[in-house]
Design a protein around this ligand. Structure first.
Ligand code: ZN
Length: 286
């Protein structure tokens, strides 16, 4: 079994035909690896967007795909295929191939070499795509609103503001029509030039500013897309959004809606922890 799984989800594909390369037992379930797939898997190193779900049909038999994971194996066959957090190497490691592993609860039997049909649940995909596009854009809006708090030059985001979202983020979770990001406001951020002084008092104004920026970007109905540097699951991908003020482009492995107008009504809430060292941003759209 050689070569990375080719993926069609970056262009928005939801269905496809594929050839099964391997079926492997997982902990209480079964993993199916194909040559190509429309399924977006959860990323094992930065699990922000949950995997697609859907159906795999083989010889007239339909199996629920309950999860999709990243798999990796050394090309020389010196170790078995590892899945998700069990992958012992870093992404891009020389000599390793990268796969999408479709997780089935039911044993599909010996499918290797067979043609199968793969269908992603379109509603779940769309809800998660909306959540992810929202997540990328609110990060940029937050950067813009926090820009006056930087005293040193910090790496800028795609729209030119200091990239607080990238420098301070500790976790990001995408949901149906929403996202929650956590940011650490510690010593290392302060050393980079960010001041959190008086942030609690200013938070309502910052939150209102983020909501105003978001309402403007949604009203623009700007085109959104995913740019990819290659056809495989291992390729670097970018979120792209052509806003009137400039093109936002950030590294992102997820899926997205096609226009900002699809987000509808956006509501962003900011919350500072009692000791002021953690900022939580929750975003919802309709
Ligand atoms: Zn992303």
């Amino acid at each position: 079994m050689h070569g990375n799984t080719l993926v069609s989800f970056p262009s928005g594909a939801l269905t496809g035909e594929a050839t099964v390369r391997q079926v492997l037992p997982l902990d209480g379930s079964f993993g199916v690896v194909c040559d190509t797939t429309p399924f977006h898997p959860v990323d094992h190193t930065w699990p922000d967007q949950p995997a697609d779900r859907g159906v795999l049909t083989a010889e007239g038999e339909a199996y629920a795909v309950e999860d999709a994971l990243i798999g990796a194996a050394p090309r020389d066959g010196s170790a078995p295929l590892a899945v998700g957090p069990g992958i012992p190497v870093r992404r891009g490691e020389e000599g390793w191939d990268w796969y999408v592993v479709h997780v089935l609860a039911a044993d599909p039997g010996p499918l290797t070499g067979r043609r199968v049909r793969l269908e992603v649940d379109p509603e779940r995909r769309h809800r998660l795509s909306a959540g992810h596009t929202l997540c990328e854009l609110v990060g940029l809006a937050l950067n813009r609103m926090l820009a006056p708090r930087w005293s040193k030059e910090a790496k800028p985001d795609a729209l030119g503001a200091p990239d607080f979202d990238k420098l301070a983020i500790t976790s990001s979770r995408i949901f149906a029509h929403g996202s929650v990001d956590h940011y650490r406001l510690g010593k290392s951020l302060r050393r980079k030039g960010f001041s959190a002084e008086g942030l609690a008092a200013e938070l309502p104004g910052i939150e209102a500013g983020v909501n105003t920026l978001m309402a403007g970007w949604v009203a623009e109905d700007a085109p959104v897309g995913v740019a990819t540097e290659g056809p495989g699951i291992d390729a670097l991908r970018h979120f792209r959004c052509a806003l009137a003020e400039g093109e936002a482009s950030t590294p992102c492995g997820g899926t997205h809606v096609t226009r900002t107008g699809e987000l509808g009504q956006v509501k962003v809430t900011l919350e500072l922890s009692g000791d002021g060292t953690e900022l939580r941003m929750e975003a919802k759209c309709s």
